[in-house]
Design a protein around this ligand. Structure first.
Ligand code: CDP
Ligand code: CDP
Length: 222
């Protein structure tokens, strides 16, 4: 089977999607589309502009007034400024999932993502990459792990970057966000049809990456 042109990686927070997507892109020469970064950038821009996150019109007007770019090196540029790390702060996930509830915002983001993907071999990670954005993808992966393990990974990562948060706080944030992502009416977090589910609980990053590498090399039918 030929090498897949579009690979989607979906799953809940902390499952390892972006780390895995980045590494797969590097090893196989794909462009990495981090769809969550777009929701994070919009949520962040809303907070900078003091927009009310429950007011669709205010959120739309911010989303339509900004320019977001994703670079080959994995940087997120908002109106010409590098915000890659700022949007990863703990409240960034909350802001992102608030703006991501709105169908109108999702349509803006999906259009942008499809535009960014044109003519490229891509690995895209998110919540609805295989179910809604690219249902025609050649290889669909769904990564998951127990909430406790995902929260532990996130907690370790935040601690390493110098954020002062407790494990309990992180677990609560992850569980609440998953709940919001799974229960929104439009393009919720689901296992996409035809996706290969990988439970990463207790698995090393390298094991997960090599399982996916094998699927790419074997053309997904192993
Ligand atoms: O994108 P997503 O929220 O799914 O996860 P991430 O931002 O890639 O973060 C996952 C964290 O868990 C990273 O620090 C990884 O190094 C670590 N990790 C993993 O992704 N997969 C494993 N099997 C083990 C650890
Ligand atoms: O890295 P992590 O998995 O924690 O989050 P992310 O991928 O950066 O996404 C942040 C938030 O954006 C998610 O909790 C979702 O609410 C939203 N999102 C979405 O709705 N659809 C996507 N395709 C990607 C992210």
């Amino acid at each position: 089977m030929p090498e897949p042109m579009i690979i989607t990686i979906d799953g809940p927070a902390g499952a390892g999607k972006s780390t895995v997507a980045k590494e797969i892109s590097r090893r196989f020469g794909y462009f990495h589309l981090d769809s969550g970064a777009l929701y994070r950038a919009i949520g962040y821009a809303c907070s900078l502009k003091g927009a009310d996150l429950n007011n669709l019109q205010e959120v739309i007007s911010v989303a339509k007034s900004i320019k977001i770019e994703l670079t080959e090196e994995g940087k997120v540029i908002l109106n010409g400024r590098d915000v890659t790390w700022e949007i990863r702060k703990p409240e960034g996930g909350y802001l992102a999932s608030q703006v991501a509830r709105f169908k109108e915002i999702r349509e803006v983001v999906v259009e942008l993502l499809r535009e960014m993907a044109k003519g490229k071999k891509i690995v895209i990670d998110g919540r609805d990459a295989g179910s809604y954005i690219f249902p025609e993808a050649d290889l669909k992966i769904y990564l998951t792990a127990t909430p406790e393990e995902r929260a532990k990974r996130r907690y370790e990562e935040l601690k390493k970057r110098g954020f002062n948060v407790s494990y309990e706080e992180v677990l609560k944030e992850v569980v609440e966000r998953d709940e919001r992502d799974r229960n929104r009416p439009f393009a919720p977090l689901v296992v996409p049809e035809g996706a290969i589910v990988i439970d990463t609980t207790g698995k090393s990053l390298e094991t997960v990456i090599s399982e996916i590498s094998q699927l790419i090399k074997n053309g997904n039918d192993c």
